[in-house]
Design a protein around this ligand. Structure first.
Ligand SMILES: [Zn+2]
Length: 305
């Protein structure tokens, strides 16, 4: 009897700790998918994949946009892809510098995939790998098991084309947005844009490691000039350009205008914290990030004034 009890308790416990958050698969067009992770912070159950990823299935294999934050996170992405196709993964594109864009590279490299990133992103990966691993250890604990940094095997300065199985992709790095090496990926035939951390939907963006919201605004404008029909963002659900513009671009312009008012009136950093951002409270995580964003924008604008 006691044995049974212990067993039941143990199985309950193990099912709780191993309850993995499952990526939600969105079908965007024929053979094009978005894998949408949690909107919250990285955790043991989401394996660090609090991010959105793109998948393109071609006759000759799969192109994956963003490798996941950990070895197990990459495996989880692979499992989701295997529900769509049994074709091999040929290319993994790292759209930026954050952990969920690239720390799963090693897993896909073992499967024989070519890993592509902008030169600036790869430099960013090299510079921040240790720091990202330490951060992930705190946030995802044992889900970090097996994670080893592996850097892109093909890099480019500002533009690159990839063709696989009749699908053409254009990769553009036009400046920093959330991180120093952010890239947007354009699929002209279907007018689909994969934006990585250049677009945040559903949750509030963080100005982020590049600390340059002005450049982010310009990068967004260049991305938007392609007039995409579908946006597959770096975080949150796939959307129209209009929705992405509201959640990311207009929010950056909003902060810029509010901080400009403060500076015009000889205000201080503390006034930036008091900016009323309630019109953006529909975005998840605003409690923890809104004030920091205002401060970061203030710092950059004060320096430029
Ligand atoms: Zn991100």
């Amino acid at each position: 009897m006691l044995k049974t009890c212990v067993f039941v308790i143990f199985s309950l416990f193990s099912s709780v700790v191993s309850a993995e958050f499952v990526l939600k698969v969105h079908n965007i067009d024929d053979n094009v998918y978005a894998l949408v992770g949690e909107l919250t912070q990285r955790s043991e159950t989401n394996l660090g994949n609090n991010s959105t990823h793109g998948v393109i299935v071609t006759d000759e294999g799969v192109i994956l946009i963003d490798a996941g934050a950990s070895y197990l996170g990459a495996k989880q992405i692979h499992k989701a892809i295997q529900t769509l196709t049994d074709k091999p993964i040929k290319f993994v594109i790292n759209s930026g510098g954050q952990d969920h864009r690239w720390l799963g590279n090693d897993y896909f490299k073992e499967l024989g995939a070519t890993i592509v990133a902008s030169k600036n992103a790869r430099e960013d990966h090299k510079a921040r790998a240790d720091q990202q691993l330490v951060g992930l250890e705190t946030l995802i604990g044992k889900s970090l098991k097996g994670t080893k940094p592996a850097f892109a095997t093909e890099v480019f300065d500002s533009q690159k084309k990839i063709t696989l199985g009749g699908v053409n992709l254009e990769l553009y790095h036009v400046g920093s947005a959330h991180t120093l090496g952010d890239v947007f990926i354009w699929m002209p035939e279907k007018r689909i844009m994969f934006t990585g951390d250049i677009v945040y939907n559903n949750r509030m963006l963080g100005i982020g490691p590049a600390q340059n919201f002005q450049s982010w605004i310009e990068v967004f404008e260049k991305m938007a000039s392609y007039k995409p029909k579908h946006i597959i963002p770096g975080h949150g659900d796939p959307s129209s350009l209009e929705v992405a513009t509201k959640n990311t671009y207009e929010y950056l312009l909003f902060l810029k205008a509010k901080v400009a008012d403060i500076l015009d009136n000889d205000g201080e950093m503390l006034d930036a914290l008091k900016i009323d951002q309630s019109q953006y409270h529909y975005l998840v995580n605003h409690e923890s990030i809104a004030g920091k964003n205002a401060q970061w924008v203030f710092e950059q604008m004060e320096f430029d004034y």
